[in-house]
Design a protein around this ligand. Sequence first.
Ligand code: R5P
Length: 311
Amino acid sequence: MKILSGTSNLKLSKDISKQLKLKLINTNIKRFADGEIYIEINENIRGNSVFVIQSTSTPANDNIMELLLCIDALRRSSAKNITAVIPYFGYARQDRKVAPRTSISAKVVSNLITNAGANRIVTVDLHAGQIQGFFDIPVDNLFTTPLFARYIKKKFKTNNNLVCVSPDVGGVQRTRGLATKIKADLAIIDKRRPEPGKSEVMNIIGDVKGKHCIIVDDIIDSGGTIINAVDALKKEGAKDVYVFITHAVLSGQAVEKIKKSQIKKLIITDTIENTSKIKNNSKIEVISIAPLMAEAINRISNSTSVSDLFN
Ligand code: R5P
């Protein structure tokens, strides 16, 4: 087994390879003056099972292209099989036609990755589970629920006053999973998107008065969804609001907005590299996904169960 890292999240790749006690494959990833990408693998990988780690976070198009070229270089170097490890799978929010003449970008990206030569995908908290079906190769979708549950159990001694809140109807399954694990109540926010990038809270379903609210979501992008949800919960009498997010996209002024918000604490993972963006921000805490990803890679490599990781 060998690990190759793209450039989108080198820190995470190093942390994963450290856990696996492996060195990253020696590569040369450069940009030509016009922005085109050049990939060269500087060691023999013939007959190896190679895991290529690359989040397709911003700049999404460059990072996708880099992933495709890495897979192509591995295929042309006679790797035995290639697993694309995509901690954050971008373009996942466009997983269906939302209007008559729109594209389904998640499907386009899935086709590109498969056609480049990947034999398997490993990812984390896919925005929609059905994206697995966009691939005709195996997809292992890892969940962060156990990591978040462990954090919550450590932080709150009792589950008496805890309620897990889904920030929209689409996130109910994920939130119910966490609520079941920590034996907490469930509440749901009825969110409306009048236009892309804007969100409005219509109603809160469930009792949040005087409770520690735990919002869980897959993505925080502009921060609008979460900040509106937190404001609505506080207005409804919530004691405090903790937010757990897998993929911290944090675009535009999101970090500043979070700083000024009523969020008690934002807990994110490192599927996206954000070290400099969140530096000196005591409201934001990072839980590393590296041990979970390393264990999943190990199990895939040894052909043992990945789902057992979550039991
Ligand atoms: C939407 O379905 C996702 O789960 C997130 O709630 C959304 O992408 C967050 O976006 P923003 O932070 O820009 O409101």
